[in-house]
Ligand binder design. Structure first.
Ligand SMILES: Cc1cc2nc3c(=O)[nH]c(=O)nc-3n(C[C@H](O)[C@H](O)[C@H](O)COP(=O)(O)OP(=O)(O)OC[C@H]3O[C@@H](n4cnc5c(N)ncnc54)[C@H](O)[C@@H]3O)c2cc1C
Length: 480
């Protein structure tokens, strides 16, 4: 598709001059996300209503320019990154919580609401919206829905899709669609809500969402366990769940992660341990001590070396400190990291991590694994020097092998971060030709001119390296 330049004066006519950005410096700020990929849009607009979003998309279809929806720009895979040209549509002016209904346990929100702020608003009502991406203090509900985000709590509570009952969406052609219900049940017609959740801004612009809420858990217990053997730690994870205790966090740190955090903070973590498990249970206070005891007993049966239980909120914070320190610690080791969020059935975690160690040795790379052991979602961080082309090449080869291995283990290429640009060359490995063609048929039916967020998901030959913009094919201009 040969897109045209955005007619800026017409965009201003729709949203008003104060809500359009045209200077090069400001446009630059909306041309990248946490993947570090970059593009330069013609113009950035901040619509203030569903009607304005609709008019902008009608204009885009008439004038043939691309439109890129954007929340906080915290995505890891370039899903909000524009090609050079086009209109970036920032949804952060649509930031009202329109309704909190404690009796029906739902809320109606606009997409620009920041997830963490929304969760705080629910506390006085005794209500809880569980999805907890680590970015929740800055990412938006719209972005979370578009990426179907999740976090540590997914093992017990599920991910964003499990809490979206209905949506108001502006379709790529500008028509406004309402999907789903305000009720827990509802089976009329195709489940368009689920189709749109996780569609990465390619099928519609979310302008409102009806969210399901649940009662807030009364209390938590937090434990930190260290294991001399990775297999024993994962066996504990499986045994805990099999014994019908479903923790709200079951986080694993491998040996490389322990070293990195210890080098950074000297927390007194056991350097010799092969794995640390951070385990948290929540629910009625009356049952939690028994659940914590069951967990301790299971870990003991699996030869835990040491297990600590937090006795106060301050101790809980201390136990979480190691896990929270992982990302900042990684930032100090090398100038770049490739953070893959592969996911395997939890029983396969030892095979995955041992396979990753083998890749690290063969390609002479530091690869650090940590993440959500309870749901098999292991963040695999390949540490690279961004200025070392040889290391980048070795890392790229390692990523390809990692993806093959994950699929062989019955897993998926992404548990959280999505496809965007960086994973688009690989998803056919997982989805197959039929899967890709079916998805493309849906995309074409809703967006015949490929106006909305083009260049995402369906780009098999694109270079995927998000870490080093100077690699051919990865800079904004070369992507076109
Ligand atoms: C430090 C850090 C930690 C993170 N941790 C996690 C984690 O634990 N779990 C996890 O899942 N992710 C995580 N992420 C990734 C990211 O935060 C999530 O993908 C998040 O949901 C993106 O929200 P956003 O508002 O920043 O959206 P953006 O990055 O702006 O956009 C993401 C996608 O959503 C689309 N989009 C945005 N708003 C709309 C809308 N209103 N309508 C239609 N499409 C829209 C965009 O086009 C794009 O495709 C993390 C990122 C960072 C930087």
């Amino acid at each position: 598709m040969n897109y045209k330049r955005v007619p800026v004066s017409e965009v201003i006519g729709i949203v008003g001059e104060p809500h359009v950005v045209t200077s090069r410096e400001e446009r630059y700020c909306y041309g990248y996300d946490a993947s570090k990929l970059k593009g330069m849009p013609d113009c950035v607009a901040f619509p203030g209503s569903t009607r304005e979003v609709s008019q902008l998309l009608e204009l885009a279809n008439r004038e043939l320019f691309a439109v890129y929806p954007r929340g906080a720009g915290s995505g890891m895979v370039g899903a909000a990154v524009p090609e050079d040209g086009g209109l970036v549509l920032v949804l952060n002016r649509l930031n009202r919580v329109l309704e909190i209904d404690p009796d029906n346990m739902i809320a109606v929100v606009e997409p620009g609401v920041v997830t963490g702020a929304f969760q705080k608003m629910l506390a006085p009502h005794g209500l809880f919206y569980p999805p907890d991406p680590a970015s929740l203090q800055f990412s938006t509900i719209g972005g979370n829905i578009a990426m179907c985000s999740g976090g540590p709590r997914a093992v017990k509570y599920g991910v964003t899709r499990d809490y979206v009952l209905g949506l108001e969406v502006v379709l790529p052609t500008g028509r406004v669609l309402h999907t789903g219900t305000r009720t827990m049940k509802g089976v009329v017609g195709y489940d368009l809500t689920r189709l749109l959740v996780g569609s990465e801004g390619t099928l519609g612009v979310i302008t409102q969402a009806v969210l399901r809420l649940i009662p807030a858990p009364e209390s938590v217990r937090t434990l930190l366990a260290s294991f001399a053997s990775l297999e024993d730690s994962v066996r504990s994870v499986c045994d805990i769940v099999r014994n019908r205790v479903i923790p709200c966090a079951l986080e694993l740190m491998d040996q490389a992660t322990i070293q990195v955090v210890e080098n950074h903070l000297s927390l007194g973590l056991p350097r010799e341990a092969e794995a640390l498990l951070l385990i948290e249970v929540d629910g009625p206070d009356s049952i939690l001590d028994a659940e914590a005891e069951k967990i301790r007993s299971i870990c003991r049966q699996n030869r835990v070396s040491d297990i600590e239980t937090a006795r106060s909120p301050a101790e809980r914070d201390r136990l979480w400190r190691a896990r929270r320190a992982v990302s900042p610690a990684l930032g100090r080791i090398k100038s770049g990291k490739i953070n893959e969020d592969v996911t395997v059935p939890r029983t396969q975690i030892p095979l995955l991590i041992r396979g990753i160690r083998e890749l690290a040795a063969r390609y002479d790379l530091l690869i650090v694994c940590f993440g959500h052991a309870g749901d098999g979602n292991i963040h695999t961080n390949i540490m690279v020097d961004r200025k070392d082309p040889d290391e980048l090449l070795r890392a790229e080869k390692a990523v390809r092998e990692l993806f093959r291995m994950v699929l062989d283990l019955g897993g998926t290429l992404s548990g959280e971060h999505g496809v965007g640009i960086t994973k688009s060359p690989f998803i056919e490995w997982e989805l197959g030709r039929e899967g890709m063609e079916t998805m493309w048929a849906v995309k074409k039916a809703l967006d015949p001119l490929n106006i909305l967020n083009p260049g995402k998901m369906f780009v098999p030959n694109r270079a995927f390296f998000a870490c080093e913009p100077s690699i051919p094919g990865t800079s904004g201009t070369e992507r076109r």
